[in-house]
Design a protein. Structure first.
Length: 89
């Protein structure tokens, strides 16, 4: 049996396959899985692409101490969460 995690914390910058493609593949096979990106990339276009692909959370690593627990709680409730620094985009 394949694993079906409820929540995945994922970086966008991965060595062999970018996080966007990983999240696309996960959500294609397990659409009920909730994904939060935890990354240093604050490009507003990337945030928009990530969220439009079905990812529910986007947390900047430098904000993770403040935002990660709230992001996990929000995403598990099915709500979207974006780090405070990015909310004006």
């Amino acid at each position: 049996m394949r694993l079906r995690p409820e929540l995945i914390l994922l970086d966008i910058n991965l060595p062999n396959l970018d996080g966007l493609e990983v999240s696309r593949r996960v959500l294609r096979t397990a659409p009920e899985t909730k994904i939060i990106y935890v990354t240093t990339n604050s490009d507003p276009e990337l945030v928009e692409v990530a969220m439009s692909n079905g990812v529910l959370g986007y947390v900047l690593k430098n904000e993770a101490v403040n935002d990660l627990l709230r992001a996990i709680q929000s995403v598990l409730r099915g709500e979207k969460f974006i780090s405070h620094q990015l909310r004006h985009y």
